[in-house]
Design a protein around this ligand. Structure first.
Ligand code: SF4
Length: 186
């Protein structure tokens, strides 16, 4: 009976600690601060060629430039490497709740962003037909709200981030226990 009591106590303590840790993971600051978001986006544009300006257009020069950064890559291959399938791109439920920020933005790229809402895959030339999220998400690498049909020179495969566990792990750098992990520990 005493063993059962200790086991229950441990379980409750672990659960409390899990809840308080996750409550501590707040929305990333740029999702709540338009100026910071824009500053980070502009830094990504300047340092890593975040683009193209309008992904609804073919933007062949942009994709040729992007392909030139990857030895042996073609523009068509570069077109397959979008934010939507980048490991840093987060479209988890928790992040989509964090994401909405003011749309009162007047710079050219933000105005194009307004046109990207509610578009479908076929509206974006060369966008991958499978494996990439479509729409806005959060870039953990450059820390701003980006659109899945754009890309940058620091793209890395393995995305997008789609679950809250992956999102918290990516944001904090700490591995989260999945339901499978928790079941295996019991
Ligand atoms: S790091 Fe990935 S998600 Fe972020 S801007 Fe570059 S391609 Fe997009």
């Amino acid at each position: 009976m005493e063993g059962l009591y200790k086991g229950m106590k441990l379980l409750i303590e672990n659960w409390r600690s899990y809840i308080s840790e996750n409550e501590a993971v707040k929305c990333p600051p740029p999702t709540q601060d338009l100026d910071l978001n824009t500053k980070n986006r502009d830094r990504c544009r300047k340092e890593a060629d975040y683009g193209p300006m309008n992904p609804l257009k073919p933007s062949l020069k942009y994709w040729q430039l992007a392909a030139g950064k990857w030895a042996g890559a073609t523009p068509q291959e570069a077109m397959g490497q979008r934010c939507g399938n980048c490991v840093a791109f987060d479209v988890s439920p928790r992040m989509l709740e964090c994401l909405p920020i003011s749309t009162d933005q007047v710079d050219p790229m933000s105005m194009v962003d307004e046109q990207l809402k509610d578009k479908i895959i076929n509206d974006f030339p060369g966008f991958p037909k499978e494996g990439a999220a479509l729409g806005f998400g959060y870039c953990h690498m450059w820390k701003f709200k980006c659109h899945s049909a754009r890309a940058c020179n620091t793209w890395a495969g393995g995305g997008p981030v789609e679950t809250d566990e992956q999102s918290i792990e990516t944001q904090t750098g700490k591995k989260q226990d999945t339901e499978d992990d928790k079941n295996n520990e019991q």
